[in-house]
Each structure stands twice: as structure tokens, then as C-alpha cells.
Write a protein that binds this ligand. Structure first.
Ligand SMILES: *Cc1c(COP(=O)(O)O)cnc(C)c1O
Length: 445
């Protein structure tokens, strides 16, 4: 197997041709894809893991003809559900180059060049947030691991709880589901301050009652459902007064720090003790990549460094080892495709691309206001457009959503707000236009 045979040579040409075709395709016309059932995939692909092997080219044929079409194209400009993806062409192709090199991204000794470049990308994010020069961290797989890792560091930093009390963290009513998961995994209580937006006043009420057992407050900078930003300034002020760790979850919305038109809504984020943003969401990088930053990286390191005789050679020195800052050890250099794109295009192009998405959603909101059959759930603050089809039930939304995907028109799924079904379009793809949104709105008439 470990041999560059003529068969592998032909395989290489086909892989590169496929990747080039996919990366250069007009994403306006790309197939959205369709989920298939296990039985349909069994029928289409048959037994694939066999004693003799299928050969690489046959495996590639199965991938291009059967498997990949059964995966949705999250980078299609018509994919508007959940939080889509819009990796730049450079970041996708750079990912191929990174994959070719077997880089171990966990330690400085093994991956110094990659880690150095990743740290430059982290520095740009830290500067956008206004974190101090010593801030730093690493890239992890996603916001879920980023949030958990930051909160584990927060708990370690807080020390022992008052005797007999369970530790707790505070989140806003619209915080991401990964925070409930983090609380479960950490076996701590989750205190939810009610409302769509965490405010200093709301937080103060919770801390006045429960303050001494609270080790962290999580503010969300861009809620997943409606795209709202918590009141970071007042929340940060209360956290300082109560001497509680402030973590800012910007997995989706943190990208908008790069957009001058909305930057002031993030004021207060510079007080965060930790902060995450997912480049695989709105910073145009491929899956999977979450930037995790600590105001004081030593707190991350002392919580997360793994110690063992076989690791001491790496961890005893002062080297910057990404493995020291989160719940992981072996690590793909998953910040490198993001760095490539940032280095290639420059930060101004990033600001402009985020602004483009904001403008598209503002135009979309205007279209909703002008349509009798639609109404806004709230004014969009970032790039989530949340709206209702007047008079429709949850079941009607689901039927419509399935049909829209079946026809390959767009991918939009129902959500809910205040116990009512709603629709949301999340635009993180600069190729998505107001005309694309209009097509969705028209299909609801
Ligand atoms: C998406 C999201 C997460 C989780 O990130 P993953 O990368 O999917 O693990 C956490 N918080 C917010 C606000 C999100 O939008």
C-alpha cells in the first residue's frame, strides 16, 4: 500500500481533476444534494469493504457518483439552513496541500511552522476583539469543544467552590445547545438568565442569588437562532464586579468583528477572559475549525496540559503547544486553511465579504417587510433573517422545506421562537443574493 504505483499516479490525476472541478464550479448552479436512506446507499454502492479491495479509482468513482451527491453542498448559495459554510477557493485548495504533509499540529517541536502561521491568524482575531497582546490559544474542531475547553479552564481558575455547593455557570436564554452539553459533561449546574439577550441587569439578578458558586458567565455574540448579540458591555461590567470569568461564544457571530458597520455592537468583548469563533462558519474556511482564545493563556495551559513520561519532552519547556490549550492532544493543523486564505486575500477582503452578507440580509428584511404573506420575527442584527409565513403551522413549514430541497431550489429548515414555528435564513455566503432570498419568499406565497 505504501507505494506510489502507476495506479496511484492515475488516481492522483483523477483526484486532482475532481477537486479542481468542484472548487471551480459555479456554486449558483451546483446541486444541493439529497440525503439517501441506508437502504438506498446499500443498493447504490454495495459492499465496499472487501478482502481484496475495490481499487482506489473505483472507490473514487463511488465517492463522486454515489456518496458525495448524497451529501448536501453546504457552500451552495442556496443552502441557508442552520449555519452554512462558504470556504474560499484558496482555503479549499490549501487544505489539499495541508493534507499532503501529515503535519502533527499538537506541538511546537513537531509543527512549528504550522503553529506559527495559525498563531498569526489567532492574533488577527484577538486584535479584532481588542484582547491584550499576550492573549492566545489554539484551533479546535468546533465551537462545542471550544466552549467546553474554555469553561474547563474557567473552572480550574476559580478553584474550589464554597463547601457543599455545586459549581454553576450562567448563560442567556438563547445560548447554544453546546453549553448545556458542556454543563452535563462537567457535571455543573446551568443557570439560564431568561430572555433572548443576556443583559447586565439580568445577570446581576442571577449572581446576587447564586454568585458564590458561579465560576463562569457565557455571553453569546451572535445567537444561532436569531443572530442577536448579548449586551456585552454591561455583562462584562457585572462579571468584573463579581470577579467571574467571562467567556464569549462568538462561534457564529464573532466573524462580524471584522465588519466596521456592526463592530460597536461587540463593545465589551475586549473584557472577555476567553472567546471562540468558528472560521468554518462565517470566516470562509473549510470544516472543521474553531479559534479558541484566552486572555491569559497560562490559565488554559494549566488546565489542559497533559502530563506523562512520554510527553515531558514536549511540555516541559516554554514552547507554544496547541495541545496545551484545549481538550485534545493529536491535532490536525486545522487553522492553516484559514490562515492561507487570510494571508492570500488580506483582512480587507474579509471585512468586505462579511459586510456583503450583512447587506444581503438587510435587503432580505426589506423584501419580507414588503410581502403580505411574511413577517419578521425581529430586525436582523447580524446575518440571520428570522421570519414567519403568516398562518402556517409547524407541519406546513416542514412539508414546504422538504419539497424545496427535493426540487433543489434551496435548503431552509423551520425553527422555533417563543414556542412558535419560524423560518430562518442564515447568510454566511457572500455569493447569496437578495434574489436568492426572493426565490425562497416566493415559494412561500
Ligand atoms: C455553531 C455554534 C456552536 C457550536 O459550534 P460547532 O462548531 O458546531 O461545534 C456554539 N455556539 C454558537 C453560538 C454556535 O452558533
Amino acid at each position: 500500500m505504501h507505494h506510489f504505483s502507476p495506479e496511484v499516479d492515475r488516481f492522483a490525476a483523477e483526484v486532482f481533476a475532481f477537486a479542481l472541478r468542484r472548487a471551480s464550479e459555479d456554486l449558483g448552479h451546483i446541486e444541493l444534494g439529497h440525503p439517501l436512506s441506508p437502504a438506498e446507499l446499500d443498493a447504490a454502492a454495495g459492499a465496499t469493504v472487501t478482502q481484496a479491495g475495490l481499487g482506489a479509482r473505483e472507490a473514487l468513482r463511488l465517492f463522486t457518483d454515489v456518496l458525495e451527491p448524497a451529501c448536501l453542498s453546504t457552500d451552495s448559495q442556496h443552502y441557508l439552513a442552520f449555519v452554512p459554510a462558504a470556504p474560499t477557493e484558496v482555503s479549499i485548495l490549501a487544505d489539499l496541500a495541508v493534507s499532503a504533509c501529515s503535519i502533527y499540529g499538537g506541538s511546537w517541536q513537531e509543527g512549528s511552522g504550522a503553529v506559527w502561521a495559525e498563531n498569526q491568524a489567532l492574533r488577527w482575531l484577538a486584535d479584532l476583539a481588542g484582547l491584550p497582546p499576550e492573549a492566545g490559544g489554539c484551533f479546535v474542531a468546533g465551537g462545542t469543544i471550544g466552549n467546553l475547553s474554555a469553561l474547563v479552564a474557567a473552572r480550574a481558575s476559580a478553584g474550589a467552590p464554597p463547601s457543599g455547593r455545586r459549581r454553576a455557570l450562567v448563560v442567556g436564554g438563547a445560548s447554544h445547545s453546546s453549553l448545556a452539553t458542556a454543563a452535563e459533561v462537567m457535571d455543573v449546574d446551568l443557570l439560564v438568565a431568561p430572555g433572548d439577550r443576556l443583559t447586565g441587569a439580568g445577570l446581576e439578578r442571577v449572581l446576587a442569588e447564586e454568585g458564590e458558586r458561579v465560576f463562569a458567565v457565557v455571553a453569546t455574540a451572535g445567537t444561532t437562532n436569531l443572530g442577536l448579540i448579548d449586551e456585552l458591555r454591561s455583562v462584562a461590567e457585572v462579571c468584573q464586579r463579581f470577579a467571574v470569568w467571562l467567556h464569549v461564544d462568538g462561534a457564529y457571530g464573532g466573524a462580524a468583528l471584522a465588519a466596521p458597520s456592526v463592530r460597536r455592537r461587540f463593545d465589551g468583548i475586549e473584557q472577555a477572559d476567553s472567546f471562540i469563533v468558528d472560521p468554518h462558519k462565517w470566516l470562509f474556511a473549510p470544516f472543521d475549525s474553531c479559534a479558541l482564545l484566552y486572555r491569559d493563556p497560562e490559565r488554559g495551559r494549566s488546565a489542559h496540559s497533559q502530563h506523562a513520561s512520554y510527553l515531558d519532552v514536549l511540555t516541559e519547556g516554554a514552547d507554544w503547544n496547541p495541545s496545551d490549550f484545549a481538550i485534545h492532544l493529536t491535532r490536525r493543523a486545522r487553522g492553516l486553511p484559514f490562515w492561507f486564505s487570510l494571508a492570500a486575500h488580506g483582512t480587507a477582503a474579509y471585512s468586505e465579504a462579511v459586510e456583503t452578507c450583512l447587506r444581503t440580509v438587510a435587503e432580505g428584511a426589506e423584501l419580507v417587510r414588503g410581502a403580505d404573506h411574511l413577517e419578521l420575527v425581529c430586525e436582523p442584527e447580524l446575518s440571520v433573517l428570522a421570519f414567519r409565513r403568516v398562518g402556517w403551522s409547524a407541519a406546513a413549514y416542514r412539508t414546504w422545506s422538504d419539497e424545496l430541497l427535493r426540487r433543489g431550489t434551496a435548503f431552509v429548515v423551520p425553527s422555533a421562537h417563543a414556542s412558535e414555528p419560524i423560518l430562518r435564513c442564515c447568510v454566511v455566503n457572500p455569493r447569496t443574493t437578495a434574489d436568492d432570498l426572493q426565490v425562497v419568499f416566493d415559494s412561500l406565497a
